[in-house]
Design a binder for this molecule. Structure first.
Ligand code: AMP
Ligand code: ZN
Length: 116
């Protein structure tokens, strides 16, 4: 399941260092190396799926776990007080740069809308 050429698979296996915030059997949550906001966490399934659209019906629970973890970490860090944003980039036009699906959790500053 792990892809040797995938940066996030290497973070998950510990081959690459990271600032890990939370980990369980299914998910890893670590701090973005190039943060776009004071709080910028990545919620990453341990299973390698390249893009959001490649999730299958079998991944329904996993997708739920990602959202649930995002909610819990937002509450734990009190991000709900001022607000936060969840983002998944997919494909060229979104700027997706790591092809192992991940949910961005951004908070700690006023975020623009529409996004740039
Ligand atoms: P995306 O552009 O949606 O594919 O997001 C990829 C994110 O991963 C970017 O925000 C990068 O800064 C971040 N990133 C890349 N390499 C690492 C790494 N080794 N550890 C933590 N975050 C990373
Ligand atoms: Zn991967």
């Amino acid at each position: 399941m792990e892809r040797d050429d995938c940066i996030f698979c290497q973070v998950i296996s510990g081959k690459l260092p990271s600032k890990m915030e939370y980990e369980d059997e299914y998910l890893a949550i670590f701090w973005d190396i190039n943060p776009q906001a004071p709080t910028h966490l990545l919620i990453v399934p341990k299973k390698h799926v390249s893009r959001f659209s490649e999730f299958t019906d079998d991944d329904f629970d996993l997708m739920g776990k990602m959202m649930d973890a995002a909610r819990k970490i937002a509450l734990k860090l009190n991000l709900n007080e001022k607000g936060f944003r969840l983002v998944i980039n997919e494909g060229r036009d979104s700027g997706q740069s790591i092809f192992h699906v991940h949910l961005h959790l951004l908070s700690g500053r006023r975020l623009m809308w529409p996004p740039g």
